[in-house]
Design a binder for this molecule. Structure first.
Ligand SMILES: C[S@@+](CC[C@H](N)C(=O)[O-])C[C@H]1O[C@@H](n2cnc3c(N)ncnc32)[C@H](O)[C@@H]1O
Length: 285
């Protein structure tokens, strides 16, 4: 079967993330609390300060764009860009609830950014770049629109073995259906997991002072049932795999996922490990 074109991949991404937007809104408070440390790390790596003009790529329901807007304050501003209008609708509702008037969310593809060269003081992006069909093109755009001496900070998922939070359901689904062995160049959750991969692209695009670090954490649940339901509600790529199972297989697979997750119980909580690759780079002066 021919590989999908970049346009087809982008259209599928748009549909996938629009489909799970309701799930993101439902679990928003939980994931906001659980993943806040990543937003703070991105804001630090991008060296955000009051008054800056910031771009956030693939903002979804507003992470880390909303924290960036709070950080740059009323004298600065943040633009969040994403394919999925329904994810952005949720982000806008949150910006309003937070009384943030210095943030705008625009629908668009981050590989073709509608901004002038050297027009932003910083770029942030969390869990987006690995889903792009043409990552080098997006990185070239990042290098183009940053002002000299400013920073980009990106978070992408690290290796599956260090991410039981995501790997458990994928492994269980594989026990029921044969999944084609993943094309290492195809967009997907772990596409930028390898150390040096995104850093190398930043280097090729002419960026300097590159750091590439793995950040270890966990997502903590009171009930493994919540782990299962929340992940299925928000993780579009895993939801797609889940859709390949019959109802009977789903019932059995859910039990196996919950059983495996219980192995990470620490007293009253279940702490599912995550590993996130944090890559930052500076545009030369
Ligand atoms: C896992 S979500 C992450 C959202 C948010 N940054 C966060 O960390 O919560 C991935 C987001 O990337 C967006 N996305 C994927 N490909 C994109 C593209 N080519 N251009 C813009 N956004 C894209 C999706 O629509 C989705 O909202």
């Amino acid at each position: 079967m021919a590989s999908p074109s970049p346009e087809q991949i982008i259209e599928t991404q748009r549909q996938d993330w629009n489909r799970v937007a309701g799930g993101w809104e439902k679990w928003d408070r939980f994931f906001d609390e659980q993943m806040a440390f990543l937003n703070h790390r991105l804001v630090a790596d991008a060296r955000l300060r009051s008054g800056m003009r910031v771009l956030d790529l693939g903002s979804g329901t507003g992470y880390p764009a909303l924290l960036a807007a709070q950080t740059v304050g009323p004298s600065g501003n943040v633009t969040g860009i994403d394919l999925a209008e329904q994810m952005l609708e949720a982000a806008r509702r949150k910006a309003t609830a937070l009384k943030l008037s210095n943030i705008t969310f625009k629908t668009g593809d981050v590989t073709t950014l509608p901004f002038e060269a050297a027009s932003f003081d910083a770029i942030t992006t969390r869990f987006c770049l690995m889903f792009l069909p043409e990552i080098p093109k997006a990185v070239a755009e990042i290098a183009r629109i940053l002002k000299p001496d400013t920073w980009v900070a990106a978070a992408v998922w690290s290796a599956p073995d260090k991410n039981p939070y995501l790997k458990i359901p994928i492994d269980v689904i594989k026990q029921f259906v044969e999944l084609p062995s993943p094309d290492p160049a195809a967009p997907g959750i772990f596409r930028l997991a390898k150390p040096g991969e995104l850093a190398g692209l930043f280097e090729q695009a002419g960026l300097n002072n590159i750091s590439d670090q793995e950040f270890l954490g966990d997502v903590r649940f009171k009930a493994t049932d919540d782990y299962f339901s929340s992940l299925m509600d928000i993780a579009a790529p895993i939801q797609n795999l889940w859709g390949k199972l019959s109802p009977a297989q789903k019932a059995e697979a859910k039990q196996r996922i919950i059983h495996t997750a219980e192995q990470y119980r620490m007293g009253s909580i279940v702490a599912l490990p995550i590993a996130v690759r944090m890559v930052a780079a500076q545009k030369p002066g």
